[in-house]
Design a protein. Structure first.
Length: 154
């Protein structure tokens, strides 16, 4: 037989719920985290890393997510930066025209992108200024500067 609790009884936090289930998931607050807590933390970190890697590969039009065909390359007056005008298709989607800048080597950072109908040309006005001209098509993304280089389009 159980004795009734007095009306003014306030249970301790560990008595508030069922004896073997408390809001924080442990029978006693002093318990250590279990393996599944660490597994959840690792899964969250992995999801963030995969998201960042996917975005980076998309931004740089890198395989295996994207196919890239370089239409032309224009080198800056001092030869330190290359600008690629490329046709890029990512995730099997419709192709886009991208202007990609990089310092030597391949890859590149997309600074301007147009839909596939655009006819795009790039030329250097100076070592710190790039001019982009296009006929037809829509501008989809645009960054006005990259590593101190101003980018203009018309």
């Amino acid at each position: 037989m159980t004795t009734p609790m007095p009306a003014d009884h306030h249970p301790a936090p560990h008595e508030a719920a069922e004896p073997h289930h408390v809001p924080h998931g442990y029978v006693h607050p002093e318990e250590h985290h279990h393996w599944y807590w660490y597994a959840g933390l690792a899964a969250g970190c992995l999801a963030i890393a995969v998201t960042f890697a996917t975005w980076s590969m998309f931004d740089h039009a890198a395989a295996p997510l994207c196919t890239r065909e370089i239409d032309s390359t224009v080198t800056s007056p001092q030869g330190s930066i290359d600008v690629d005008v490329a046709t890029v298709s990512c995730f099997g989607g419709a192709p886009r025209q991208r202007i990609m800048m990089h310092e030597g080597g391949g890859g590149g950072h997309t600074v301007v992108s147009f839909d596939a109908d655009a006819k795009v040309q790039a030329r250097w006005a100076s070592e710190s200024e790039l001019l982009i001209t296009h006929k037809g098509g829509k501008v989809l993304t645009f960054e006005p500067a990259w590593h101190g280089i101003r980018i203009h389009y018309r």
